[in-house]
Design a protein. Structure first.
Length: 303
């Protein structure tokens, strides 16, 4: 058992993208995988077995001699996982019963008070994908549903306040992808109002397409414009996102960005060969991973 200086978790985070399905159509979305059978989320009989594989693998990794981790967090993403609310809730409940810390990334379009009441008590982190607070920018990005509806900020503020009231330890994270439609925006006032625990600013990664890509100067300009929020900002350029995430696709394969810059490299399916063997089949750098979770003093962050 590793000792901990405080109840701050050094987490081994596994990002499970439950589904490719989404009600938005962001042009640069990287949630496009080579299909292999049926998404695991649609096979209830395999979900617990799959989660057990991830848990056993992560605990074994955490207990290895060179591991700095003392906890595992399952980060549930998509696509939009709340389109399959019942199945996503099942995953959250099972993972919670297994003792995992859990986070969820959502575009918030399907969040309401009933959903929050069901999932917030079991979450450690609730992440919201917000690339712009301007309707015209969201339209240009494709961050709208088929009825051309976009997220209304006042509604989201109220929902996050409700979530915090239900779970006082819940951490709120905002994810923003900097792209050619939003890089000029000043998001300081509303981010201040949201008061998230972390604001992750990512540069548009051309894994699938170059559409809406930005230059180094444009990305850096956006980050500098929001330096007043530097205590909560984690900014990731493209190089920071290479081989630094532990990612699982909807078909139960570990995957990593391709060395060519387009598409992905995949492992065999975890349920076929086991999580440890599958993980060995994709490139990953613990050093780069840790650098993403470090603050300016080198201490590991919680979110």
């Amino acid at each position: 058992m590793k000792s901990s200086q405080s109840r701050q978790f050094n987490e081994f985070v596994i990002n499970w993208h439950l589904t490719e399905v989404c009600n938005y159509s962001c042009h640069y979305c990287y949630a496009k995988w080579e299909k292999q059978g049926t998404e695991l989320i649609h096979d209830s009989g395999k979900i617990q077995q799959f989660l057990e594989q991830l848990q056993d693998f992560s605990e074994k990794y955490n207990n290895s001699e060179n591991s700095p981790f003392d906890a595992v967090r399952l980060n549930i993403a998509g696509g939009e996982p709340l389109l399959y609310l019942e199945k996503t809730t099942q995953v959250i409940s099972l993972a919670h019963q297994m003792g995992m810390r859990i986070s969820l990334i959502t575009n918030a379009s399907r969040l309401d008070r009933t959903v929050i009441e069901a999932i917030a008590p079991k979450l450690s982190v609730l992440g919201i994908s917000l690339d712009s607070f301007r309707d015209e920018s969201n339209f240009q990005i494709g961050r709208k549903d088929r009825h051309k509806r976009v997220m209304k900020i006042r509604r989201l503020i109220n929902l996050l306040e409700f979530a915090r009231a239900i779970n006082s330890e819940l951490q709120i994270k905002i994810n923003t992808v900097v792209n050619s439609a939003n890089w000029r925006e000043d998001m300081n006032p509303i981010i201040f109002h949201f008061a998230p625990d972390k604001w992750k600013i990512l540069r548009m990664l051309p894994t699938v397409t170059d559409c809406l890509s930005v230059t180094d100067e444009q990305f850096n300009s956006f980050v500098k414009r929001h330096r007043a929020l530097r205590k909560i900002i984690s900014a990731e350029n493209n190089a920071d996102m290479t081989k630094s995430y532990v990612m699982v696709d909807p078909y139960g394969r570990f995957f990593q960005n391709s060395d060519t810059g387009k598409g992905y490299q995949y492992s065999q399916q975890i349920l076929e060969v086991g999580a440890e063997e599958a993980f060995s089949q994709i490139p990953w750098s613990q050093e780069t991973y840790l650098s993403r979770y470090s603050d300016q003093h080198g201490a590991l962050c919680e979110v």
